[in-house]
Structures are given as structure tokens and as C-alpha cells.
Design a binder for this molecule. Structure first.
Ligand SMILES: [Zn+2]
Length: 345
């Protein structure tokens, strides 16, 4: 059965699983049920495109839609890129993907399946995730939204009045993770980042990426702490910190308070350039399934207090800092929304 209603589809290409989301022409979500399928990257580019098309076909079927209803498609895919629609070298993919023109490959597969050309837009997964979250917080307004998602690294996106992400002239824009942190205000050392820079990338002070360094330094002040004598690997020690903080462990609490201050300073710094109305915090620290409300509130409170001390007066009461709400669906929904917004132009 077909509803004869236009639908905009988003595909989110993850390292292991690809997800599908959809929105109607008015921007409302077709379904909040997560639909995903193995990406199959080990089998090469053709298998990946096939799995995307099959995942969309399944999604359409589940929602009483057909390919005739599909107006356009968005694809969220991690970089780096050589240029629009073409992958550069990625550490997470087999080398056969170097230089892969995923825009042309997916366009051709969509046209074959639908029996007509289907417009396609592609972009950075983090940026498109920001588009999805932005729509949730700002509703029908044109308020701009800064999204920061601390996890293994720091994802960041800025969504403008049109609902679209700032990406820069080479798609390398809004990589705020590798901007320098104000180390003198944090009392922190300039650790060397995986990106090669040694100016103290913000990512090191706000995410898992720098926790091994921070933990080692802080442990010096807690000689009797179980982690000081633990035989666990550094990775396991670092991963245990979020749980310890939620049980009130003073060392772990101190570490996440430190990360919250670093995040607050980063927001204040970005607000000087971007002047957003909303700041959405995503990532593992805001995950309602793995963190307590108390933990999330403490983190957001310190982020807000730290940021406000450095904002312009006009921004202080205006900027609203909130947790993300779409979870794993943000990038697929965001990709669908970009397809919709582009079709309006
Ligand atoms: Zn860096």
C-alpha cells in the first residue's frame, strides 16, 4: 500500500551498522523505531551500497511506503573526504575504500531501485546528527544550534538559521575537537593529540581520548585509590571512571568536573564566533541508559556555570544548554532532514 505522501529518507553509514530514518515533507519523523542493517564494509563498496538500498527498502515496507514515495535521500558518512562525495583514507575501512566515489555509487543504486533519478545529498555524520538534534530543540524557530558530543572523541556541529550544518569550503569545518583549550585556566598540560598537534587539543580535556593522561596525573594525589594499584589495562581503568563517578568516588568525580569545566570554556570560546541560542550536549556522558540523572545534571551545571562566566552579557541568559534526545537515530534523521531542506531551495 502506498500513501502517496512524499518521504525523505536518511541513511547513516556506521562502521559496523547502517541505520535508516525518514521524515515527511513537513519535517516530522516517520518512525522513531531504530532500523539498522550490517554495513558489510569487509565485502567492499558494492556490498555496502547494496546493504544501504536493502535497509531503505525494508524501512519503507515497515512503514507502508514504497520507492515511489521517496522524494530524495540523504547520506551521513564519516570522513575524511577527498572532495564532496569521495572518501579519503579512513583508518576504519579497508583500503579498497580509499578514493571511493560513494555519491555516484549510491546515486546509481538508488536510480536503479526506484526506476528514476533520486536526488541525493551527502555529508559528515556528526554534522548531520546536529541537524537532527537541532530540529528537536529549536522547533519551528530559526535559532542556531551548537552541538558537542563527547565520547571517544569530540563530535561537533553548528546548525544555522536554515537548519543546515556549517561544513566549510573543504568539508573540514567545525572540527572544534582540535582547537586549543585554554590550558592556563584549566591548570592542564599540553598533551599530544592523535591528530599530531601538541597545542592542547580540546578533545584531550573533554573526552575519553585524554583520560589516560588525566587519570595518571590525578592519581598522584590519590595514592590509596584502588586504581593506583590496579592491574587492569589503562583502557579498562579509564572506562570504569564513569561508573565510579556515579558512585561518588572522589577521584572520578574530580575528573568529570574537570572535563565539564573544559567543555564550558570550549562553549564560551565557540560562542564568540558562532553566537548560538542552543547548545546540545550529546555523547556517552548524556546517555540516559548509562548515566544517572544526578551525574548528567552535575555535568551540565558545571558546563553552564563555567561558560557563562566568559560570555557577553547578552548571551548569558539567552544560551540554553540541554542534553541530546535522539540518541542513535540523530544522524539518520538528520540526513533525512538535510535532504528535505535542500529540496526546498
Ligand atoms: Zn588534535
Amino acid at each position: 500500500m502506498s500513501t502517496n505522501q512524499q518521504v525523505f529518507i536518511g541513511t547513516d553509514c556506521g562502521a559496523t551498522m547502517s541505520k535508516v530514518g525518514g521524515v515527511w515533507a513537513d519535517g516530522t519523523t516517520v518512525s522513531t523505531k531504530l532500523h539498522q542493517r550490517a554495513t558489510n564494509s569487509q565485502q567492499g563498496p558494492l556490498a555496502v551500497v547494496t546493504s544501504w538500498v536493502e535497509a531503505v527498502t525494508e524501512y519503507l515496507g515497515q512503514n507502508d511506503l514504497t520507492w515511489a514515495d521517496v522524494s530524495s535521500v540523504g547520506l551521513a558518512i564519516p570522513g575524511p573526504y577527498l572532495r564532496y562525495g569521495v572518501l579519503g583514507h579512513s583508518a576504519n575501512l579497508p583500503t579498497v575504500f580509499d578514493g571511493w566515489d560513494f555519491y555516484t555509487a549510491y546515486s546509481q543504486a538508488l536510480a536503479e531501485k526506484a526506476g528514476r533519478a533520486v536526488p541525493l545529498v551527502v555529508g559528515n555524520d556528526g554534522a548531520f546528527g546536529g541537524v537532527g538534534e537541532a530540529q528537536r530543540v529549536r522547533g519551528d524557530s530559526t535559532d542556531s544550534v551548537l552541538m558537542l558530543a563527547p565520547g571517544s572523541g569530540l563530535g561537533s556541529a553548528f546548525i544555522d538559521a536554515d537548519g543546515l550544518p556549517l561544513q566549510g569550503d573543504t568539508l573540514a569545518g567545525m572540527e572544534t575537537a582540535h582547537m586549543p583549550a585554554p590550558l592556563h585556566l584549566l591548570g592542564a598540560k599540553p598533551y599530544k593529540c592523535g591528530c599530531g598537534r601538541s597545542w592542547g587539543c580540546v578533545e584531550l580535556y573533554t573526552t575519553l581520548a585524554g583520560l589516560p593522561y588525566l587519570l595518571e596525573e590525578k592519581l598522584a594525589g590519590y595514592p590509596g585509590h584502588p586504581l593506583a594499584s590496579s592491574k587492569e589495562t589503562t583502557k579498562d581503568k579509564v572506562l570504569s571512571l564513569r561508573g565510579l563517578a556515579q558512585k561518588g568516588d572522589p577521584l572520578a568525580v574530580e575528573l568529570f568536573d574537570f572535563q565539564a569545566r573544559a567543555m564550558g570554556l570550549h562553549i564560551a570560546s565557540l560562542a564568540m564566533a558562532l553566537d548560538p541560542t542552543f547548545v546540545v550536549i550529546g555523547g556517552g556522558l548524556m546517555d540516559p541508559e548509562n548515566t544517572t540523572e544526578e551525574f548528567r545534571e552535575r555535568y551540565l551545571r558545571i558546563v553552564g556555570e563555567t561558560a557563562r562566566a566568559h560570555l557577553w552579557p547578552v548571551q548569558r541568559d539567552r544560551i540554553t544548554i540541554v542534553p541530546s534526545t535522539l540518541g542513535e537515530l540523530s544522524q539518520a534523521i538528520g540526513a533525512a532532514l538535510v535532504a528535505l531542506y535542500r529540496s526546498r531551495r
